[in-house]
Design a protein around this ligand. Structure first.
Ligand SMILES: Cc1cc2nc3c(=O)[nH]c(=O)nc-3n(C[C@H](O)[C@H](O)[C@H](O)COP(=O)(O)OP(=O)(O)OC[C@H]3O[C@@H](n4cnc5c(N)ncnc54)[C@H](O)[C@@H]3O)c2cc1C
Length: 410
């Protein structure tokens, strides 16, 4: 079996792993990216809404809050330099009832604290000029909200990393990792790799890899599935940008929204329902096995108990109604006159790698755990795609002086 040695091996070819590989390769690091599939971006990074978030949703002081604002700007620049279709269409969060007004004002304050440029509260009648089909009382407008094709972005980042000397190895599922004092050994079905440092960016499987190295045992990833409909209607799109309701309290999911994509379609979604397993896009025997193993964990039941009220209020309406009707009603809170028959089930299904603490609490921020020679990136939930380039720079900067250089020369 071949054995190759690198300064750094990154595991996982989603946007986070590709961005880290790119960032390290640009600085002369010998880096390999191992991806289990035949290409990058086949999981969460190729199955999301493609929204480049402005940065008002994250709690001030969190890593997400800082990196989302910086990442938004970094993606805009990267897209321009690499000629990737990107449109800064702006984001609207709409208060549709009196109860929403307090949350909307709090979001504005939060966004200002996070340094989101140009945030303003806009009266409904003024919003109609930009979004003629919209409805609501008052809206928060963020001019830096953008749209991009996330799979395309990920592939271009991976290609550019290769141009800077990174080695991309697809079809290499990491099966085993062993950390020694001088290096880390990795085993895939066909190869062995050695590295001074490994970075685990395995998305939905990041907790499992971390656990095999004795790291992050206080956490577990619980997969939440998000599905979409797209709107099929003649004439101009029903929205020109993105319309969101005010986010549901206590949950890190933004609720069903309308997003125009760079391909001109309009997406309605995603919802956030428990998934049978990490890659359970369709029902299968393997997913049934995953599901049984998932529900046998105490952490799941603790999470359900802790969030029982909000889960009932969020999941109840989705479970009690036909799926199309639920999505249509959610969309019609934001726009006028959408008919159920205009909604077409979209093939895109994304699964969130939501990290849950053993106490049952949902983790909100990005989390990096480490051993002497490994880093583990956990909880890459939304807005992970937006944060990715800034996150990669932050992590690479943070470890280059101390960790990587020391590890490489050890
Ligand atoms: C429905 C939905 C909508 C979203 N919308 C947005 C949005 O609009 N804007 C935004 O900013 N964010 C959004 N997000 C979040 C964003 O998509 C994620 O944060 C981001 O894609 C996570 O990237 P990742 O690289 O961590 O994971 P992934 O893209 O899942 O990549 C992980 C990779 O690791 C590989 N892998 C796993 N195990 C192994 C192994 N053992 N060996 C080798 N390879 C392995 C997998 O095959 C996979 O390719 C959304 C997420 C979802 C689910």
């Amino acid at each position: 079996m071949d054995r190759q040695y690198f300064d750094v091996v990154v595991i996982g070819g989603g946007i986070i792993g590709c961005a880290l590989t790119w960032e390290l390769a640009k600085h002369g690091c010998q880096v390999a990216l191992l991806e289990k599939e035949r290409d990058v971006a086949l999981h969460t990074s190729g199955r999301n809404s493609g929204v480049v978030h402005a940065g008002f949703n994250a709690k001030p002081g969190t890593l997400k809050a800082r990196l989302c604002v910086q990442g938004n700007e970094a993606i805009r620049r990267f897209a321009h330099e690499h000629r990737i279709p990107y449109e800064q269409v702006g984001t609207w969060v709409v208060a549709t009832e009196e109860n929403d007004l307090g949350v909307l004002n709090a979001l504005k304050r939060q966004g200002d604290q996070n340094g989101v440029p140009g945030l303003e509260l806009v009266e409904a009648r003024d919003m109609l000029r930009a979004e003629p089909h919209s409805r609501g009382l008052l809206a928060l407008y963020a001019p830096t909200g953008g749209i991009i094709d996330s799979a395309h972005l990920t592939r271009v980042v991976a290609n550019d990393a290769q141009r800077h000397g990174a080695v991309l190895c697809c079809g290499q599922r990491v099966l085993g990792i062993r950390e020694h004092s001088h290096e880390v050994e990795l085993v895939t079905p066909t190869h062995r790799f050695g590295a001074a440092l490994i970075i685990n960016c395995a998305g939905l499987f990041a907790d499992r890899l971390a656990h095999t190295m004795g790291v992050g045992r206080a956490y577990r990833i619980v997969p939440f599935r998000g599905s979409y409909f797209s709107i099929r209607r003649a004439g101009p799109p029903i929205v020109n940008s993105m319309l969101y309701s005010v986010p549901p309290p206590q949950l890190p999911f933004l609720g069903v929204h309308l997003t125009r994509t760079v391909h001109g379609t309009v997406l309605v979604g995603p919802d956030a329902m428990p998934a049978m397993g990490p890659e359970a896009y369709a029902a299968s025997l393997r997913n049934l096995h995953e599901f049984c193993s998932l529900v046998s964990r105490r952490v799941i039941w603790k999470m359900m108990y802790r969030y029982r009220r909000v889960l009932v209020s969020q999941w109840g309406p989705r479970l009690w109604q036909r799926k199309r009707r639920y999505f249509c009603q959610a969309a019609n809170r934001l726009v006028r006159g959408l008919q159920e028959q205009e909604l077409v089930c979209d093939a895109r299904v994304g699964i969130r790698p939501q990290l849950v603490h053993t106490s049952g609490e949902l983790v909100e921020d990005l989390l990096v755990e480490r051993t002497e020679r490994s880093l583990h990136v956990l909880n890459t939930v939304s807005p992970g795609m937006t944060c990715a380039l800034a996150f990669a720079q932050w992590l690479a900067d943070g470890v280059r002086g101390s960790f990587i250089d020391a590890a490489v020369t050890a």
